[in-house]
Write a protein that binds this ligand. Structure first.
Ligand code: ZN
Ligand code: ZN
Ligand code: FE
Length: 754
């Protein structure tokens, strides 16, 4: 008895070699039928003996290609087709309605393709655009869905006969690989001056010679232009800093192999796995003394950010230079990276000395992703190339909602069915180009999925450009979600936790419901709602946002709150004596906005220790303070005042710390003790919340949890006391994860109302 079934496969199943997988499986089981992409994912019809059909269904998921993620397989019996032969792969059908398929992220070059570009006898020897179904560009070349070559920037390149044969051959590694190409038919590299004149040399060899001679090269990467120079060349690195207007923020490094990375940084097994994964992120790891890298690469920290080549172009470049390269985003200061060839001259003209480019269009921007190893896992700090767009699976379906995120480290999120579609990291919205990228990302999500959101969720901060955007567009009803509630909801959605939890939300700042800036919050709740169980004692932020760039102002605020008008002498603040009277005046009641931010407390302590009076990039004071932290040998007193909400008092901390400063204690001891205090305060507040509520899960979120020292002190403490500790897995703990939490909160609100 012959049977026939129609299967619908949903998930990340387009552009990951899924149809070839179905083809191979059908042939192995001697089934006939067909498969294709459509708006909902992949469909397939199979015909044969029922036991073989059963086996097919089972192996569809069990043996899915490495990059695929199967969310569901629905199967229905259909009438058999007379006289069918073979198994066909149908061309894509363009339908209407909501697209449930997603654009997969870009995938770093696989070992098989790397072997090909190193093989002098092969037809792809040294070819910079080599890829296959297991690797290559996806998100950054896709113009629209479904994911097929003609709707990508590879559509401009007609397949040659040899490539066409590989593309059509079900047994080939390049069967239906949408970006397949070769030197005869694909994109070509070019090396040009900044004014566009071709430089007469092999592009790779020419670029290598320029790098060796101390030049800065703009390299057209997969998701945008990057800037490269030799990492050991202090003069070149310094020139790059000055030209880019990036004074002290660390630069990432490109190395050819894991072994080359080991020469620079300490890597454990987890770090090696993260480094060499298909996402090829920048991994932050402790620098080795002997690393041949100029101090100017990362002046504030002992950590170096290293990455392996994500594309054949980077592999060829890293291999041919044979040294470590700085490989940083191609932009001025903090603006979004340049993707458009026409913008290279105007934007990077006075930064780089030459352009290593090519003629494939970058359709979508993607920065390099960044993460580090902490407490036995890889923690993303910036979710971009390799991870995004991609989806986070939600624990239940619901109506479509759009969340527009916060302001810094912006991302946007569309919850559709059981998927949260998250954009790549878009940057800081205060930059016009980042705002444009943000608006494009929203349009992109809506266009690609054709979803009509029932709710648009935004932050409560009235001045965030994302809030203003939500108010200005007519996309549906709006909902404002408190920033730290969104952090909590983000952590719960990220970890798939169902139920209510205690949230330790230690952060830079977010708008509170009392018109102060929150950021040291112990919340209890879930996506649907929260209570503010405790918070850090509020202090004025003298001079408003000036206090963020100038941590010494916050130091005065915390001192004044502790000691009143008679401040103890603190040597590190002496340089600001002339402005002190004015700043102390701003600390009087009603003169400045109040904040409960733990991030600002880190700033204060860094300033008091004399290691960061003023800063040049966000988070710098906290990074320096963490780097300064010595052995954990001293404890400062934790004081929590009863109340609703309870108040975590910092005054005893500041008193003890000021006494240590007067006694001439070193920043390493003070910083070590301060990190311990933050962990102790968080744990003490969490224990009280557990006593009061009976909740046994605690979620950690907010930008402060980018601090490894804090995580390493706090997590074991909470776990030993019996807590289930929830930490971010798929999105960063910083504001890059806010849009996911907003979407979850918006869903919960709709569910509660319905
Ligand atoms: Zn490959
Ligand atoms: Zn070809
Ligand atoms: Fe935040």
């Amino acid at each position: 008895m012959m049977g026939r079934r129609r299967l619908r496969i949903a998930g990340t199943v387009q552009g990951v070699g899924f149809r070839p997988h179905l083809h191979r499986l059908a042939r192995r089981l001697s089934l006939t039928g067909a498969a294709g992409n459509d708006d909902e994912g992949v469909w397939c019809e199979i015909q044969g003996r029922p036991t073989d059909l059963d086996e097919f269904e089972q192996r569809v998921t069990a043996e899915a290609p490495p990059l695929a993620r199967v969310d569901s397989v629905r199967s229905a019996a259909v009438p058999p087709v007379e006289g069918e032969r073979g198994f066909l792969i149908a061309p894509s059908a363009l339908g209407s309605g909501t697209v449930a398929g997603t654009v997969p992220p870009d995938v770093a070059t696989c070992p098989a393709c790397l072997a090909e570009i190193a093989d002098p006898g092969g037809r792809r020897y040294r070819y910079a655009f080599t890829c296959c179904t297991d690797c290559g560009p996806r998100h950054t070349v896709v113009r629209s869905l479904p994911y097929d070559r003609e709707r990508t920037s590879m559509g401009a390149f007609e397949l040659c006969e040899a490539c066409e044969a590989e593309y059509r051959d079900p047994a080939d590694r390049r069967h239906h690989a949408q970006a397949v190409c070769c030197p005869d038919c694909g994109p070509v590299l070019s090396l040009r001056s900044m004014t566009g004149e071709a430089i007469d040399a092999d592009p790779i060899e020419g670029a290598v010679a320029l790098l060796q001679a101390g030049n800065i090269i703009a390299v057209k990467g997969v998701g945008g232009y990057q800037l490269a120079c030799r990492a050991a060349d202090a003069a070149a690195v310094d020139r790059l800093r000055r030209r880019k207007h990036r004074e002290e923020k660390p630069f990432a490094l490109l190395v050819a192999s894991v072994d080359a990375a080991r020469a620079l940084v300490e890597l454990d097994d987890l770090a090696c796995r993260a480094l060499s994964g298909p996402e090829a992120p920048i991994v932050l790891a402790p620098r080795k003394e002997s690393a041949p890298v100029a101090a100017e690469v990362a002046p504030d920290t002992r950590l170096l950010g290293v990455m392996l080549p994500a594309t054949p172009l980077h592999a060829l470049l890293a291999e041919a230079t044979g040294v470590t390269l700085v490989c940083t985003s191609g932009n001025r200061s903090e603006e979004p990276i340049v993707t458009d060839d026409a913008r290279v001259g105007p934007e990077l003209g006075d930064i780089a000395d030459a352009v290593l480019g090519h003629d494939r269009v970058i359709e979508r921007r993607a920065d390099d992703s960044v993460g580090h190893i902490v407490q036995g896992g890889f923690q993303l700090l910036r979710r971009a190339r390799g991870y995004a767009p991609g989806t986070v699976r939600l624990d239940r379906a619901g109506p479509p909602v759009l969340a527009v995120g916060a302001e810094l480290k912006s991302t946007v999120c569309l919850a559709l069915g059981t998927d949260a579609h998250l954009s790549v990291h878009l940057g800081d919205l205060e930059h016009p180009a980042a705002l444009a990228a943000f608006e494009a990302a929203v349009a992109d999500l809506l266009e690609m999925t054709r979803a009509e959101p029932e709710l648009v969720i935004h932050d409560l901060h009235p001045e965030y450009l994302s809030t203003k955007f939500a108010a200005s567009v007519d996309l549906g009803p709006r909902l404002g979600v408190q920033h730290h509630h969104a952090h909590l909801a983000s952590c719960l959605a990220d970890t798939g936790f169902r139920g209510r939890a205690i949230g330790v939300m230690f952060d830079g700042m977010g708008w509170g419901t009392d018109d102060t800036l929150w950021g040291g919050e112990i919340l209890v709740g879930d996506a649907a709602g929260y209570e503010r169980f405790a918070h850090l004692r509020p202090v004025p932020m003298p001079g408003g946002s000036a206090a963020i760039r100038e941590p010494w102002r916050m130091a005065l605020a915390h001192l004044a709150a502790t000691f009143g008008p008679d401040l103890p002498p603190v040597p590190s603040l002496a340089a600001h004596r002339d402005e002190m009277v004015q700043v102390l005046d701003q600390c009087r009641p009603g003169q400045s906005i109040l904040t409960t931010s733990v991030g600002r407390l880190f700033d204060s302590v860094a300033a008091l220790c004399g290691i960061a009076g003023t800063t040049t990039y966000e988070g710098q004071a906290a990074i320096r303070l963490e780097q300064a932290a010595g052995p954990d040998v001293r404890r400062y007193p934790v004081e929590i005042d009863e109340g609703e909400p309870a108040v975590i008092d910092f005054r005893q901390l500041i008193e003890a710390l000021a006494a240590d400063l007067r006694a001439g204690q070193q920043p390493s001891l003070i910083s070590g003790a301060f990190h311990r205090w933050v962990a102790d305060a968080a744990a003490a507040a969490a224990y009280r919340a557990r006593e009061a509520t009976g909740m046994t899960a605690v979620a950690l979120s907010g930008g402060v949890f980018q601090n490894r020292r804090l995580v390493e002190l706090l997590v074991p403490e909470l776990e030993q006391s019996g807590f289930e500790v929830l930490r971010h897995r798929q999105v960063p703990p910083n504001d890059g994860g806010i849009s996911l939490g907003q979407a979850a909160a918006g869903r919960a609100m709709l569910a509660g109302r319905g």
